[in-house]
Design a protein around this ligand. Structure first.
Ligand code: PAF
Length: 283
């Protein structure tokens, strides 16, 4: 496995890989890797010849009051995990490699970025779309792998790839959960034991709504209500919404198309997000 720090070195190595017509799979991350990231790596390894993982805590997707400074970083462990998993290249650039002096060009996503998390984190998806687009240009992958836990991020990136004619397959990998149901996230590290226990309300609420949906419930208000009952132990519910999986607009009643039940909640000072897809055959 190679660790590469500069864009020029990455380009040289990627050009060699391309000459041999190998399929490149790309897993963009902000490091502090967990089994959710490793599931993305596995999906890439299964479908591509060469897997590249980027590790870059992207400053432009954090607001000034958010946790950019505190975001967990453990590069030595991340490198070990990547090597053991079979990753070919770890790309870990410095911020100045990604954002050169006088940088001023951005990718501005549209409506998809304004709901759910976007309504509470203005500018977040601009930062995500911009860095993902830049990383795509640096890595030039054939396929890129994203986790369903960041459901809105997946929708924004998929839209960007279509809108900008990026020749990259965007693959979404199901959320990986701890045995008790908590969605894996680098931010779970912030939780105290007591908060960790209370955070289970989130997945329990989503699973309870899924059960009702499987039993035939199709009323969005009732499905949201069922999840909400479980969410009483979180400290602050930021949003709990049932949205169309493509447009991210509120799901119509009764449900006739697949919808995603999405939640963001604070437990202590930690903001957690999660979602489940309620699947219906396309009509
Ligand atoms: O999902 C993440 O870790 C980040 O948003 C991403 C896609 C690596 C962009 O910084």
């Amino acid at each position: 496995m190679q660790t590469i720090r500069s864009v020029s070195e990455l380009r040289r190595v990627v050009a060699d890989v391309r000459k041999s017509h190998k399929r490149i799979g790309f897993v963009p991350t902000m490091g502090c890797l967990h089994d959710g990231h490793l599931a993305l790596v596995e999906a890439s390894l299964a479908n591509c010849d060469v897997t590249i993982v980027s590790i870059f805590v992207n400053p432009t997707q954090f607001a000034p009051n958010e946790d950019f400074g505190a975001y967990p970083r453990d590069f030595v462990r991340d490198e070990k995990l990547c090597r053991a998993a079979g990753v070919a290249i770890v790309f870990a650039p410095e911020a100045k490699e990604v954002y050169p002096a006088q940088f001023e060009t951005i990718i501005e996503p549209g409506e998809l970025a304004n709901t759910l998390c976007g309504a509470f984190r203005p500018g977040h998806f601009r930062g995500v779309a911009t860095v993902v687009c830049k990383l795509f240009n640096m890595v030039q992958p054939d396929a890129a792998y994203f986790g369903q836990k960041d459901f809105q991020q997946c929708a924004v990136v998929r839209r960007m790839a279509i809108d900008l004619n990026l020749p990259i397959e965007i693959a979404i990998v199901p959320t990986v959960r701890e045995v008790d149901g908590l969605a894996m996230s680098s931010r779970n590290r912030y939780l105290s034991l007591e908060e960790r226990r209370r955070s289970l309300a989130i997945s329990r609420g989503l699973f309870a709504a899924t059960e009702e949906f499987r039993s035939g419930e199709r009323d969005p208000k009732r499905l949201i209500g069922i999840a909400k009952k479980h969410l009483e132990t979180v400290d602050r519910l930021q949003y709990l919404e049932l949205v169309d999986t493509t447009t991210l607009k509120p799901a119509e009643s009764p449900l006739e198309r697949s919808a995603a039940l999405c939640v963001a909640a604070y437990v202590g000072s930690t903001r957690l997000i999660d979602n489940v897809i309620l699947s219906l055959p396309a009509s």
